[in-house]
Write a new protein. Structure first.
Lengths: 311, 312, 627
């Protein structure tokens, strides 16, 4: 069971990295121009191509690169001369912290809100949550981020507008610097999560076993949290899994907006600099992350819903 | 008219296991007859019905309609033969496309075959609906019983010879059930239909059928004329079924002495006789040797090593 | 379904339409050109001449926002259409064909989902050039997996429905089935998703533009405008806020339109409790004596306020019930029999229900009790078994947790004692290996076993009244017999009172002591089972008895047909509710509602002006009870 799953995920990883490798290499733009500048002679370029192995067939180059990846060598950037792995490891903590804090904020708010709304569907709390979540859902992160900076940093001067303090340097300032970006990221997710969970909870509350639990004289609080929440969580867990993949995208914009030195920023900069190897390394990192998250999600499914365990 | 031999249907059940839904079922249906098929959930009665339509086609076995082997037909030939058989389903609501008007639903058959829709009104009237008011409306505006009438009209508009009714009254209230049963009897006479009528309720099946086939876990237990089956049941399962019906027959011992436990999984059917795990009369032979279907009286066929020949 | 879309839909659609028109006809609008510098003073705030103010170069912001809408809407709509055109056919094929086609398409789809989408969008646009068509194509292609998934899901939901099988039986080809039967049904969820997809695409384009990777200057884009304004946010916030606000409204409108369209397919929702505490005064109760019997139900009513009028689901039902007796409530669907039980237990669905009448337990009114006290009675004195054992148990909790819960909550047992008690209970309802079953989940048990578990749970706190709502309807007849015997035995052993709700007169005749026949929310006949079945008075009861096929009738015996259908509960006929379908109905029946009157047998009541005299009689059934 688990073995089959792992093999499948490895295949997905292989295909994703191969396709991304091919695509990046097929895109227009000559790396030698980036390295040697516009004025270099054709001979010099040709020699560089030979050195970099750019003249061998795509398959061979991919195989070479993949061999490196397996041994932990993602290559060295032509542009910055920094090993790709080192650059990624350097930036990873920032993005991870951002994503984790954002997830924690959104889930910590979404679950109780959804439960409160579902308890009296159509009631005041529910309607307020629906209105609010549509508003949150419709605010692009860059709009929200700009507005938050305007309010909290520019006008109220409560929080730093941009910049990053690593947790090892100063935990308090680290917290302050991660707060605005993660709130910005969390708002959209909060809307998605709370709506998903609310809808599923309401569907669960129509089930006979809930009516029977009421008929057994159990309290509404117990029914909502112990009986209804777990069978309603499947869509939410799926969304978390899919989101974490998509979030890296959101992180690109947020890292740009708040000036955070994370993976997203690194990838954008590398794209502008035509730094293929670093971009490719970023793709590997994101794909591995996606695959790992999905693996975890499958395990969580089984823990949440025993019916999935045997399938 | 319709001859079924050694029908086998299996479904994959994951991990390489198979559900033995129907295992070697043979019967025939005479022209103008109503054959009832009765059994509990999972006995393969609905799967048999769908296999008759080749929806999906059975794994093996032969189904001949007037001597034409249907299982080997493909493409256009199959479409043409299939239209001679039509089907009515259990859930009348789910049987009708919610986005289409009643007229379009009933006229779909003729349209598929490039025929005129001139029979639509006639069919709606025949099933007791007013074509003027009903035809322009959509299914959700009708009650379950009326939806079943629309389904019957759709099935009959192509002038089929055999109509397979898969639990057509199970989802309906008693009073509506009586209406639909009466309607089916009327239409059968009027259009000289042959019916295969499937239900889990033995009293309903007996009411409408000439002969009744009792199935258990993908196999035939007993095949007999309705009266014989009810008055002189020979197979232990038939007897248990009859005794379980509330307000049923007093002459049988209580049901809890005739049947025990729960049906086994069709993924691992028992060896030999499939009913032996619940049968109070089961002996060693029942586990070793599969009983063949054999005649025990006039028109009464039973698959049991130790049938109750004297009836009750 | 003439469901209303609501004003939010029309308002949102109006905004999208307005914006679309403005974008298309931007050149004709009386606005300065978007690239005309110094149309006003640089960085000036909103004014009559420049409603959105001007930017750093004095360009009119309104004009720039309107021209920016061309890019945003163009990419939004174009990308969605592109994704739909590529994704929908794959989705249809995967959902309809299943098997190999499905496996291949979904495997490709999985890989596509694992692709870091935005990185690719960035890379492609950065390398291939930032222009409208590149952005549109990239976003469109990135949307394909989601479209495939959605269309596949919707198709699968319909491909197995009977109407598709019926179309194949009619001889329709696959192409015709897809076009006529499936596409119309998939269209609504697809159109809903299209609008939500447009919202996503507009945001994504904004994100690219914000990073400088969408259509290049001087053509304005919303994301680009926001990015430009960031630097001078402190001095001229309107440059950021104007495009932000328009973008927000637009995305919101797309989302709302999509959501309203989706809501068309939803069933009505209700939560655990009514949305608002019922403001309506309870329905009046007729005068009655409090008898002090175990259970007394006096003039119970439940009405629903619906757009079509008041639905009288339960309309004045009274009875008393003693220990050791089984009262059966029979009727067809819509007769109000299940609603009666839910009203007695206080488990009405939230929306629009108004109830009235009193329920007394040993002479004590339970309607007025505080919620906690009421729950105590529900948990310890009353017990409930429902129709479908497949849905009666929580699928994600073990049998043990569920059986032990009432013991721990209501009887305060500790875990160990509760476990012992649970094992004993399961054994008492005939479950083999109860200790192992405690660790199982509901899906691992058969229907019959599950119903035994729910019966064990119902009996766990030693109740006085057992409410069994169609307890065996979902079970096979051989299992039904076992379960009914079990319930009956439990009733005898524990001296319970039982209310058995059933549509099956045969079941009722075999197991009930007293019977209530309901029609359109009212009791039409009530009495001891033997008297009611042997000397039926109400024509409806008689007709019902004669409509049931019976084993001792000859084959092809014509059953009694009750013409017509039960009345619309929102538009009840005047007088007797059965009168339009009754063969004996006279003039009086159409004007005066018949009250419940006494028959010659004690305790036998009926509501009819022209009662029938002869019994229809399932006589042997009533005698065979408890055999």
């Amino acid at each position: 069971m688990i073995l089959r799953k792992v093999i499948r995920l490895l295949v997905v990883l292989g295909v994703v990295t191969f396709l991304s490798y091919v695509m990046l290499n097929l895109l227009p733009g000559d790396p030698t121009v980036q390295i040697l500048g516009m004025s270099a002679t054709e001979e010099a370029r040709e020699q560089l191509r030979q050195e970099m192995g750019l003249n061998s067939p795509l398959f061979v180059r991919y195989a070479d690169w993949l061999g490196g990846v397996v041994t932990g060598d993602l290559g060295t950037s032509y542009i910055t001369d920094i090993p790709v792995l080192e650059a990624l490891v350097d930036r990873l903590p920032v993005t991870l912290e951002l994503l984790v804090v954002a997830q924690v904020i959104s889930l910590a708010l979404a679950v109780p809100l959804a439960v409160a709304a579902a308890r009296r569907a159509g009631g005041a709390i529910d309607q307020a949550l629906t209105t609010l979540s549509f508003g949150m859902l419709s605010t692009p992160v860059f709009v929200l981020g700009v507005v938050l900076i305007l309010v909290f940093a520019v006008h109220l001067r409560m929080l730093p507008a941009t910049g990053w303090t690593p947790i090892s340097v100063d935990p308090y300032w680290n917290f302050l610097s991660v707060l605005l970006p993660s709130i910005t990221l969390a708002v959209g997710q909060l809307a998605v999560y709370s709506r998903l969970l609310r809808t599923d909870l309401i569907a669960t509350l129509q089930e006979d076993y809930i009516t029977l639990a009421r008929a057994r004289g159990l309290s509404p609080r117990r029914i909502l949290w112990r009986h209804a929440l777990r069978p309603s969580a499947i869509s939410l867990i799926t969304a978390i899994g899919l989101n974490l993949g998509g979030l890296i995208g959101g992180a690109v914009i947020i890292e740009t907006l708040f000036g955070l030195p994370g993976i997203g920023r690194l990838i954008v900069d590398s794209i502008f600099a035509r730094d293929y190897l670093t971009v490719q390394g970023g793709v590997v990192l994101i794909s591995v992350g996606y695959v790992l998250v999905n693996f975890a999600v499958d395990l969580v499914y089984a823990a949440v819903d025993p019916r999935i365990r045997r399938a | 008219m319709l001859r079924v031999e050694d029908l086998v249907v299996e479904f994959p059940a994951g991990k390489g296991r198979r559900v033995h839904a129907v295992s070697g079922v043979s019967f025939d249906v005479a022209r103008g007859e109503t054959l009832g098929i009765v059994g509990e959930s999972g006995c393969g009665k609905s799967t048999t019905a769908r296999a008759l339509m080749q929806l999906p086609a059975p794994l093996s076995g032969s189904i001949r309609l007037d001597g034409v082997e249907m299982t080997s037909l493909r493409g256009e030939k199959l479409r043409e033969t299939r239209r001679r058989l039509q089907m009515i389903f259990q859930d009348p609501i789910s049987s009708l496309n919610p986005r289409r008007k009643v007229r379009d639903i009933v006229a779909e058959g003729p349209r598929v075959w490039g025929e005129g829709a001139d029979r639509v009104d006639e069919m709606l009237e025949a099933v007791g609906l007013d074509p003027v008011t009903a035809a322009g409306r959509r299914p959700h505006e009708f009650s379950g019983g009326q939806c079943q009438r629309i389904c019957i009209a759709r099935a009959l508009v192509l002038r089929p010879e055999v109509v397979i009714c898969d639990e057509p009254v199970s989802a309906l209230d008693v009073s509506v059930q009586a209406q639909i049963l009466g309607l089916l009897e009327d239409l059968k006479e009027r259009y000289r239909l042959t019916l295969v009528f499937i239900a889990h309720d033995l009293a309903v099946v007996k009411n409408i059928s000439d002969r009744v086939l009792v199935m258990y876990l993908g196999k035939i237990c007993e095949l007999a004329p309705g009266e014989t089956l009810v008055n002189r049941p020979a197979h232990p399962y038939t007897r248990a079924l009859l005794a379980s019906i509330p307000g049923g027959r007093l002459a049988l011992p209580p049901a809890d002495q005739l049947i025990k436990g729960e049906p086994p999984s069709p993924v691992w059917p028992p060896s030999g006789c499939r009913f032996r795990t619940r049968c109070p009369k089961a002996r060693a032979r029942c586990a070793e040797e599969e009983p063949v279907v054999r005649p025990v009286a006039d028109g009464q066929w039973v698959a049991c090593h130790f049938p109750e020949i004297d009836g009750v | 379904m003439p469901r209303r879309l609501g004003w939010t839909f029309w308002l949102s659609a109006g905004w999208i339409g307005l914006l679309l028109l403005a974008a298309i006809f931007a050149d004709l609008l009386p606005l300065p050109r978007y690239d005309e510098t110094l149309a006003g003073a640089p960085q000036s705030g909103p004014s009559p001449a420049h409603p959105f103010g001007t930017d750093g170069l004095g360009r009119d912001m309104l004009s720039r926002v309107v021209y920016g809408a061309r890019v945003s809407l163009g990419v939004g709509i174009g990308a969605v259409l592109l994704g739909l055109v590529i994704g929908a056919p794959f989705g249809l094929i995967a959902g309809y064909r299943r098997r190999a086609a499905d496996a291949v398409i979904m495997a490709v789809n999985d890989i596509a989902l694992a692709f870091p989408a935005l990185v690719f969008a960035l890379a492609v646009v950065a390398f291939a050039g930032a222009g409208l068509s590149n952005v549109l194509i990239v976003l469109g292609v990135l949307g394909v997996p989601a479209w495939t998934r959605l269309i596949r899901g919707a198709t699968m939901a319909f491909a197995e429905r009977e109407f598709v099988v019926a179309a194949r039986a009619l001889g329709a080809r696959d192409s015709r089935i897809l076009l006529r039967e499936i596409v119309p049904n998939v269209a609504l969820p697809a159109s809903s998703y299209a609008f939500i997809g447009m919202a996503v695409a507009v945001v994504a384009e904004g994100g690219l533009a914000f990073l400088g990777l969408s259509v290049q200057a001087p053509t304005p884009t919303w994301g680009g405008l926001i990015n430009e304004g960031r630097g001078i946010m402190e001095t001229a916030p309107h440059i950021v806020l104007a495009p932000s606000f328009v973008m927000f409204l637009t995305v919101l409108s797309f989302n709302l339109v999509g959501d309203r369209l989706r809501a068309l397919t939803d069933v009505r929702q209700s939560g655990l409790e009514p949305a608002r505490p019922s403001a309506a005064t309870p329905l009046p109760t007729g005068e009655h004596e409090v008898a002090g019997t175990l259970l007394q139900v006096a003039d119970v009513r439940t009405h629903f306020e619906t757009p079509r009028g008041t639905v009288r689901a339960v309309d004045g039902v009274s009875f008393t019930l003693e220990r050791g007796r089984t009262l059966a409530v029979v009727g067809e669907s819509g007769s109000g029999k299940s609603m009666l039980i839910r009203t007695i237990l206080g488990l009405l669905p939230g929306a629009g229900a108004v109830s009235g009448g009193q329920v007394y337990l040993e002479g004590r009114e339970i309607g007025d009790l505080a919620p906690a006290e009421k729950r105590e009675i529900l948990g310890t004195r009353f017990a409930t078994v429902f129709q479908d054992p497949m849905t009666a148990l929580n699928p994600v909790r073990t049998i043990g947790t569920q059986v032990m819960e009432p013991l721990r909550v209501h009887l305060g047992m500790d875990r160990k004692r509760a476990r012992q008690e649970a094992v004993r209970l399961l054994a008492s309802v005939g479950i083999p290996e109860p200790a192992q079953v405690l660790r199982r989940y509901p899906h691992q048990l058969s229907g019959g076993m599950r119903q035994r578990v729910t019966i064990a749970m119902a009996l766990s706190c030693d109740p006085d009244v057992l409410f069994a709502d169609e307890p065996t309807t979902a079970l096979d007849v051989t299992i039904q017999d076992q379960v009914l015997r079990l319930i009956h035995r439990a009733r005898e052993e524990r001296d319970l009172a039982m209310i058995l709700v059933s549509h099956d007169l045969a079941v009722v005749s075999q197991w009930a002591d007293e019977v209530i026949v309901m029609y359109a929310g009212k009791v039409v006949e009530r009495g001891p089972a033997a008297a009611l079945f042997e000397r039926t008075r109400m024509p409806y009861t008689e007709a019902l008895l004669q409509a049931i096929p019976r084993l001792d009738d000859p084959s092809h015996h014509r059953l009694r047909v009750i013409e017509g259908r039960p009345p619309d509960p929102a538009r009840l006929p005047p007088g007797c509710r059965f009168q339009p379908r009754c063969p004996y109905a006279g003039e009086r029946c159409e004007t005066e509602e018949p009250p419940l009157v006494r028959a010659e047998t004690p305790d036998h009541l009926y509501a009819c002006w022209f009662p029938v005299g002869t019994g229809a009689g399932i006589v042997e059934g009533t005698e065979s009870r408890g055999r």
